[in-house]
Design a protein around this ligand. Structure first.
Ligand code: HMG
Ligand code: MG
Length: 302
């Protein structure tokens, strides 16, 4: 079942930056997005049309998407929680893909998007209809697929139920988010198996945070089930403001290195993505958490 090629969805400019307290200058965001595309990433999440009071770092997403230099064949998705966000996104620039985002946990849904799971799907239905009418690709995120910071255990069947709802709305892809990175490989397998009984695995993506250092192991496990779309964040930046303790996403550099070693094609240039990571880490004043990026750097220096 292991795929021959994997599409990496780079979420650094959105998931990576949304948790950073220090506001990143717009020029640095645009440079990051363009460098990631230059490194071979074909899908780069560029922002979120959410309340600037809730997530101040994403307040300039409209300007970002208006100003980036676009390349043919590259997708630049943005997060959209409701019709207000959808209208703002479409007004700001060409939109090729939007991601609606819900949760498998009721409490997380309330904390993150201020409504119940049922209410969120009322909002999503309207957004999905509007997106499909405009030929905009639709992605659905499910948070807390392997555990919730408020409710703890989340069963695979809870995740599968939400996945089907996204699929029925017309989502081309459903991204399974281990928001707080608590999953371990056998749990990741049980969750994906439950979802894949109802939604074809070709429509699923893995979005694993690395809080407990399990993300690569979990990815390896679900690659064996045929998952061929992986979300990752350059330099392992990231976290969710409404998920206490959530550390970064799995680092793009680490994912690329692992896949290269498995002879799985990604189209990504490891040295270039690591350079993009070093640059944004300089802006943020931090060291890249990616072990691959650190190993590459010490190899160059020695
Ligand atoms: P709300 O407060 O329930 O909305 O927010 P409301 O309809 O009651 O409106 C209240 C105010 O928000 C109003 O402004 C609206 O104009 C404004 P005010 O009159 O008070 O000045 N508002 C908006 N402003 C801009 N864009 C919008 C928008 N909608 C309303 N689209 C809302 C509901 C969802 C907007 C809010 O709860 C919110 O922004 N939450 C933040 C959610 C977020 O961005 N979370 C992080 C991303 S998700 C994530 O990281 C997980 C993921 O990575 C997967 C994983 O790892 O699990 C995807
Ligand atoms: Mg995330």
């Amino acid at each position: 079942m292991i795929p021959k090629s994997v599409r990496i969805v780079e979420v650094g400019p959105r998931d990576g930056l949304q948790n950073e307290a220090k506001l990143v200058p717009i020029a640095a965001k645009i440079h990051l997005i363009e460098s990631l595309v230059e490194a071979g990433l074909s899908v780069v999440e560029t922002g979120a049309f959410v309340s600037p009071k809730w997530v101040p770092q994403m307040a300039d997403s409209g300007d970002v998407i208006a100003k980036i230099r676009r390349h043919p064949g590259i997708r630049y998705p943005v997060l959209v929680p409701n019709m207000q966000g959808f209208k703002a996104a479409v007004a700001a620039g060409p939109i090729d893909e939007i991601a609606i985002f819900g949760a498998a946990s009721e409490t997380f849904s309330q904390r993150n998007i201020n409504c119940s799971i049922d209410e969120s799907f009322e909002r999503f239905a309207e957004v999905a209809k509007a997106a499909i009418a405009k030929n905009i690709r639709l992605r659905g995120y499910i948070s807390c697929v392997l555990g919730c910071p408020y409710e703890g255990y989340i069963s695979p069947s809870q995740v599968a139920e939400v996945a089907v709802r996204f699929f029925d709305l017309g989502c081309a892809e459903i991204s399974l988010g281990d928001t707080i990175g608590v999953g371990t490989p056998l749990k990741a397998i049980a969750m994906v198996e439950a979802v894949a009984k109802l939604v074809p695995v070709s429509h699923l993506a893995a979005h694993f945070h690395d809080t407990w250092g399990q993300a690569l192991a979990n990815l390896y496990a679900v690659l064996n089930l045929g998952i061929s779309v992986i979300d990752s964040s350059v330099s392992g930046l990231g976290g969710c403001p409404y998920a206490p303790g959530a550390a970064g996403n799995v680092a793009t550099e680490d994912v690329v290195y692992m896949l290269q070693g498995m002879n799985i094609e990604t189209g990504v240039d490891l040295a270039k993505v690591a350079a993009a990571g070093r640059e944004i880490c300089q802006v943020l004043g931090r060291t890249p958490v990616s072990r691959t990026a650190q190993a590459l750097k010490s190899r160059v220096e020695n």
